[in-house]
Design a protein. Structure first.
Length: 177
């Protein structure tokens, strides 16, 4: 029988420890879909959607991000002349994991970002055949986008939830990995 100094772990002991404690899954990827607000001609009636990812830290904080298509943006380029379309949003997630046990993990995050509100030509001019004069790229104007994300991880794998902003409310389905 070989003696090991106090504080040292043999390879067999390390392997036993790895087998005894499986690696906890702390990342979530999700997608969301909602119902469009078609209350008027100046509202986009396209289905809002989002996709995002976040990670649970050991201190229970949750950083992450998501990208969505939601709300209304006006396109003032040549081919669209003030048409109503859906805006793109880019958002950061900042939250906490207040409940975490063997059966369920509840996550709550604040969503802070920007959302496209308008697309225009830099010179204000457009010509037929091009979006903007001299084929210059259109410019997008952005405004604040805020909301919340609430999810529950069930059976260590399935992640249902809800994502709500001032522009849309979406059912969320995700995967814990």
């Amino acid at each position: 029988m070989a003696l090991t100094p106090v504080g040292y772990v043999t390879a067999a002991q390390a392997q036993e420890k790895d087998v005894a404690q499986p690696q906890e899954k702390n990342r979530v990827i999700y997608g969301g879909f909602g119902r469009a607000d078609s209350s008027g001609p100046s509202e986009s009636d396209s289905t809002p959607w989002s996709i995002g990812v976040y990670a649970r830290q050991q201190n229970h904080y949750i950083p992450g991000f998501d990208i969505g298509r939601e709300g209304t943006s006006f396109d003032w380029t040549a081919h669209r002349g003030g048409s109503v379309k859906q805006g793109t949003s880019f958002n950061l997630l900042v939250g906490r994991n207040p409940v975490s046990n063997d059966r369920i993990k509840l996550d709550a995050a604040v969503l802070l970002g920007i959302r496209e509100k308008e697309v225009t030509c830099p010179s204000g001019q457009s010509v037929p055949g091009f979006d903007c004069y001299a084929d210059t790229a259109p410019e997008s104007d952005y405004g604040f986008n805020g909301g919340i994300l609430l999810t529950a991880t069930i059976a260590q794998r399935a992640v249902p939830g809800v994502r709500a902003t001032e522009e849309s409310v979406q059912a969320v389905v995700g995967l814990n990995f």
